[in-house]
Design a protein around this ligand. Structure first.
Ligand SMILES: [Zn+2]
Length: 218
């Protein structure tokens, strides 16, 4: 899942307007950032299944980035980072953002999310097997989050008013189109590198577009 997580990040802006959308997006995507770094380091692995062209999703071994216990650990780290920089409430919001990643991934992944280590119980509802439904859920989460974000912030001028909406629309089209029609990635290392670059660009653009809007009373 990708844009669905961003929907949660957008919604959390309403809960903690002092946090930049760039940080909120980093929080909700943190397990994926850790995953791709761990894949490059050889600690976790991703497999491109032979039937990728029909299944449209990858297979993961990712206990340290996506296991339940690990995600709780990453949430605690996010809490501490938020608390140190913006106080207890912001810490709680960032932790909630990180933990939401596990819940949403649990909905879409097949049973490959471990509760603790690599050889513990694997969970996942497998909504990706009904891909149109999974993508509809993602798009709905993004739209709902964007609606909450736009309701709680204000911006004047074309860029501030529509910049983020245009960016999110393009991102949704790219991600949904990519999952439905893209050919299998050439290699796992290339996939990890390009995913990290894409995520960094998303965080930076979100932070930049977000600072053009303001929250009344903050
Ligand atoms: Zn994930």
């Amino acid at each position: 899942m990708f844009i669905g997580h961003l929907g949660v990040g957008l919604a959390l802006k309403k809960a903690e307007p002092r946090l930049s959308l760039g940080w909120l997006f980093l929080a909700v995507m943190l397990p994926d950032v850790v995953l791709w770094l761990f894949v490059l380091a050889g600690v976790e692995s991703v497999r491109i299944p032979a039937d990728y062209a029909t299944r449209h999703y990858l297979a993961f071994v990712f206990p340290y980035s996506h296991g339940l216990v690990a995600v709780i650990g990453w949430s605690v780290l996010a809490y501490l980072a938020g608390k140190m920089t913006h106080g207890v409430h912001a810490g709680g919001v960032l932790a909630l953002g990180v933990f939401s990643h596990f819940v949403l991934d649990w909905l879409v992944h097949p049973p490959e999310l471990p509760l603790a280590g690599e050889h513990t119980l694997m969970v996942g509802l497998g909504l990706w097997d009904r891909l149109p439904l999974a993508l509809l859920l993602e798009a709905g989460l993004l739209a709902g989050g964007a609606w909450l974000y736009y309701r709680s912030t204000r911006g004047e001028g074309f860029g501030a008013r529509y910049g983020l909406g245009i960016f999110l629309g393009l991102l949704a089209a790219f991600v949904i189109g990519g999952q439905l029609f893209a050919p299998p990635p050439p290699s796992v290392a290339q996939l990890a590198g390009s995913s990290l670059g894409f995520l960094a660009l998303t965080f930076a653009l979100a932070a930049w577009l977000d600072c053009r809007r303001r929250t009344p009373g903050v």
